[in-house]
Design a protein around this ligand. Structure first.
Ligand SMILES: *[C@@H]1O[C@H](CO)[C@@H](O)[C@H](O)[C@H]1NC(C)=O
Ligand SMILES: *[C@@H]1O[C@H](CO)[C@@H](O)[C@H](O)[C@H]1NC(C)=O
Ligand SMILES: *[C@@H]1O[C@H](CO)[C@@H](O)[C@H](O)[C@H]1NC(C)=O
Ligand SMILES: *[C@@H]1O[C@H](CO)[C@@H](O)[C@H](O)[C@H]1NC(C)=O
Ligand SMILES: *[C@@H]1O[C@H](CO)[C@@H](O)[C@H](O)[C@H]1NC(C)=O
Ligand SMILES: *[C@@H]1O[C@H](CO)[C@@H](O)[C@H](O)[C@H]1NC(C)=O
Ligand SMILES: *[C@@H]1O[C@H](CO)[C@@H](O)[C@H](O)[C@H]1NC(C)=O
Ligand SMILES: *[C@@H]1O[C@H](CO)[C@@H](O)[C@H](O)[C@H]1NC(C)=O
Ligand SMILES: *[C@@H]1O[C@H](CO)[C@@H](O)[C@H](O)[C@H]1NC(C)=O
Ligand SMILES: *[C@@H]1O[C@H](CO)[C@@H](O)[C@H](O)[C@H]1NC(C)=O
Length: 310
């Protein structure tokens, strides 16, 4: 070997070692993929969507519960409950409640809820709301006071209207039998809303105030406090952390259900770093495309086996 050859051999060796170190380091130091997948998102407005909610078009189902999948509609997060769409106006993670409004009331056409919202077999429950009663197609004229006319569902003979105080109508001997159908819509009356301002509103403005629901889900507060993000692995609640999934919190020292694979995964990381280095070298050396192809397939196989580690 002459001097020139030794020189290139040395620089090549040095370069390969550096590449191996860099790829190994970048692999082992990279954040856990599930931790990254479940990063909090938004639909484009200020509202932060995180566990137990997840954006179904953008995130993986393991970031939340199936019933908490959210779609984005023109920057508004939309939750579907019992086949109806509700725009999420606010989410209060500390007391596990959310403020939603029926998406119908934001549409141009005449839209009021014709059905009662039922929360059976959902993880949601009503929480401190006042019911707005809605009567449709009544032949008897409603009293002028304490009621909100729904003009788009009324004509000279059939009247539709809403009201908070059924007892007022009872006292006025109103004949509810003259109405064809009846539904109620929950409304969250903020502390700032008084009776006078309620009286000056119309029914769409009232329904747009929304209503409060609370939810039942495995609490994420301990996991979040330790820097983790909650989600699921094999239908088990886990805390995704920067390094790997944990059972409860990031500092419990207990890795999740996948711990048996941990050393196998570390080994895969080492092998993959080596393969990536070879891949890089074969590109750098302008070696034949067949070697490149073989290495490429090895890397793909590595990624398939790495699925065990996620
Ligand atoms: C949760 O907290 C928010 C903000 O403090 C409050 O507006 C909301 O009423 C609370 N929800 C429940 C169910 O108490
Ligand atoms: C809504 O619930 C009330 C009371 O349970 C019932 O009288 C009414 O018929 C229901 N409305 C509809 C449209 O199902
Ligand atoms: C909703 O609340 C009712 C009564 O407060 C309770 O019986 C029911 O179990 C709750 N449902 C859920 C899903 O929490
Ligand atoms: C939801 O709110 C209702 C009424 O305020 C309450 O009885 C229930 O315990 C709450 N459920 C949860 C899970 O917070
Ligand atoms: C009101 O009456 C009209 C005509 O009879 C009918 O098409 C409509 O479904 C009724 N609306 C309700 C809410 O009952
Ligand atoms: C009111 O609407 C109902 C159902 O759409 C219709 O049968 C009735 O003729 C209408 N009455 C008037 C006065 O337009
Ligand atoms: C309602 O009916 C009762 C008994 O039929 C009657 O005493 C009362 O005056 C009526 N109230 C109104 C406001 O018409
Ligand atoms: C309710 O009031 C708002 C604001 O005054 C108005 O824009 C809207 O058209 C009203 N809706 C109906 C159904 O009258
Ligand atoms: C790991 O989990 C086991 C059983 O759940 C528990 O006994 C142990 O204390 C945990 N280890 C740490 C370091 O928290
Ligand atoms: C691949 O690169 C090495 C190192 O430069 C070289 O010795 C070898 O001949 C190359 N192989 C092919 C097939 O080009």
């Amino acid at each position: 070997m002459d001097l020139q050859n030794i020189f290139t051999f040395k620089t090549t060796l040095l370069r390969s070692i550096i590449i191996i170190i860099i790829t190994f380091a970048s692999h082992t130091l990279s954040l856990d993929s599930k931790f990254e997948a479940c990063a909090p998102r938004t639909c484009g407005n200020d509202l932060i969507i995180s566990y137990p909610f997840w954006i179904s078009a953008e995130q993986e189902p393991f970031c939340g519960y199936p019933n908490f999948g959210i779609t984005c509609n023109d920057k508004n997060p939309v939750l579907t409950i019992s086949h109806y769409d509700y725009i999420i106006k606010d989410i209060f993670y500390p007391n596990t409640s959310l403020l939603v409004a029926n998406s119908l009331v934001y549409e141009e056409s005449c839209q009021t809820p014709l059905q009662n919202l039922t929360l059976d077999r959902t993880p949601f429950n009503f929480s401190s709301n006042t019911d707005l009663f809605i009567w449709y197609n009544c032949t008897e004229n409603p009293p002028q006071y304490d009621t909100y006319p729904i003009n788009c569902y009324s004509n000279a003979t059939l009247h539709s209207f809403a009201g908070f105080h059924k007892d007022v109508l009872v006292e006025a001997n109103y004949s509810f039998e003259s109405c064809q159908s009846f539904a109620y819509a929950p409304v969250h009356l903020d502390n700032g809303v008084d009776l006078a301002s309620l009286g000056s509103m119309n029914y769409t403005e009232i329904l747009k105030m929304g209503f409060l629901l609370n939810w039942t889900a495995h609490s994420c507060s301990n996991c979040e406090a330790s820097g983790g993000r909650c989600g699921f692995s094999n239908n088990e609640f886990v805390c995704f952390c920067e390094d790997r999934p944990h059972l409860k919190t990031c500092d419990d020292g207990n890795s999740s259900v996948h711990s048996p694979f941990f050393f196998f995964c570390l080994f895969l990381d080492l092998v993959s770093s080596f393969l990536f280095a070879l891949l890089w070298l074969s590109i750098l050396w302008h070696n034949s495309s067949s070697i490149f192809a073989i290495l490429y397939h090895i890397v793909i196989c590595y990624y398939d086996s790495k699925m065990l580690c996620i």
